[in-house]
Design a protein around this ligand. Sequence first.
Ligand code: SF4
Ligand code: SF4
Length: 217
Amino acid sequence: MLGSGLLQGLAVTAKNLVGSFHDPARLTTVEYPEQRTKLPEAYRNFPFLVSENATDPMGTLRCVACQICEKECPPQCIYIEKSKDKKPDATGRPQLYPTVFDIDTSVCMSCQICVEVCPFDAIKMDQVFEIATTDRFTALLLDREQLAKPNDYYHTIHPTEAAEVDARLAAERKAAAEKAAAAAAKAAAAKPAAVAGLGEAGAPGSSTPATTKPPAA
Ligand code: SF4
Ligand code: SF4
């Protein structure tokens, strides 16, 4: 029927209008900034760097300055300088680290490619959107001190994803620790055998020749 769509639309509007007086779920207007709706977990805008420890964010960044994200970023808005020295990461392994890590958020297009390519789960997408400023140049260029945020923060904005990352990293660290322990045990077992082999050298029936010959008469 001609105009039925219009009538259906008006019915929905009337239903919400009347419902908004007694049903809070129908209150679609949010008095921002006094009121805020909870952002969906999948919401993202600009990247941040994950640190393991909130009390020492610069010392516990997961980033090892491999520069993969810098190369893969489509608009080239990441700038990294890697350190000359190494320092222990969260697992105690010596790693390089970024001495400079800048992201120009005025250029970033929130594509998340930097997150996808990072092999260390060191960079993730943030949900902070209130970054309006009158200075479009330096104020939107975020350095590593501004980008670093603790893993606990990552859990508050993307709990499901952060739990998966933690479980994967824990499994990788456990596997690495077991591999190192197995290698150490193998080396420890090989050492006495080598010493015993030296002790038997030159003994009657041994196929191993003596290491020193008696002096000629
Ligand atoms: S989200 Fe995309 S554009 Fe922004 S820094 Fe990462 S790779 Fe670059
Ligand atoms: S954030 Fe990830 S990909 Fe980028 S430099 Fe650091 S470790 Fe490499």
